[in-house]
Design a binder for this molecule. Structure first.
Ligand SMILES: CC(C)(COP(=O)(O)OP(=O)(O)OC[C@H]1O[C@@H](n2cnc3c(N)ncnc32)[C@H](O)[C@@H]1OP(=O)(O)O)[C@@H](O)C(=O)NCCC(=O)NCCS
Length: 175
């Protein structure tokens, strides 16, 4: 298992039960969850279930949404990684608000994307982004994902379904 993944400022490691408090706080922040699923905050119980799923996914599938830690001081800042999706495997990222706008999302996403291709040998990935979530779709497009279609979810939320596949990769895609 090639974990943890390291970048200039970040360490991406396996999720642990001890991360629970951080993600309970993140998903209780209305701004942070605004573009996730139906946009509502999540209960601590739901986060506990999600954390267990992340841990089990790593054991069963060999990938998950990794916990992202700031290398300088060990502060957990979010998660970024891979998750099963109905049509395949999804790449995703969720950071707490104090850590936005510093290029950390892009930095973590690049590391996961390289890991998915080079270590896991994946040849197709999906990325599902609310069309209003500009920072998120800029990360996806920066990695070389291309919009496959849009869908309306949860009544009125337009979601961009991005896809990347190895055959269609742009020569200049991030790596
Ligand atoms: C989406 C998220 C991960 C972005 O992380 P971040 O570290 O703030 O983003 P970065 O600083 O790496 O910036 C990524 C890109 O978005 C742009 N960007 C950053 N903040 C932005 C904002 N508020 N508005 C528009 N663009 C923005 C950056 O300029 C950069 O684009 P570029 O590479 O074309 O220059 C972060 O905002 C987050 O965790 N949000 C809450 C959870 C969420 O919505 N997750 C995604 C679900 S699909």
């Amino acid at each position: 298992m090639p974990l943890p993944l390291s970048t200039e400022r970040l360490i991406l490691r396996a999720p642990e039960p001890g991360d629970l408090g951080f993600f309970v706080d993140l998903f209780a922040d209305p701004e942070a969850v605004r573009y996730i699923a139906d946009g509502g905050t999540w209960s601590a119980e739901r986060i506990r279930g999600q954390q267990e799923k992340k841990i089990n996914c790593l054991a069963e599938r060999g990938f998950t949404l990794y916990t992202v830690v700031r290398a300088a001081d060990g502060q957990v800042v979010g998660d970024c990684g891979l998750a099963p999706w109905e049509d395949g495997i999804e790449i995703g990222w969720r950071f707490a608000r104090p850590y936005w706008g510093q290029g950390l999302g892009k930095e973590a996403a690049r590391a996961v994307f390289a890991h998915a291709r080079q270590e896991l040998g994946l040849t197709e990935l999906w990325c599902l982004v609310n069309e209003r979530n500009t920072a998120s779709w800029r990360i996806a497009e920066g990695l070389g994902f291309q919009m496959d279609r849009t869908e309306i979810w949860h009544g009125d939320r337009t979601v961009r379904i991005y896809r990347w596949n190895a055959g269609g990769e742009r020569p200049d895609a991030a790596g």
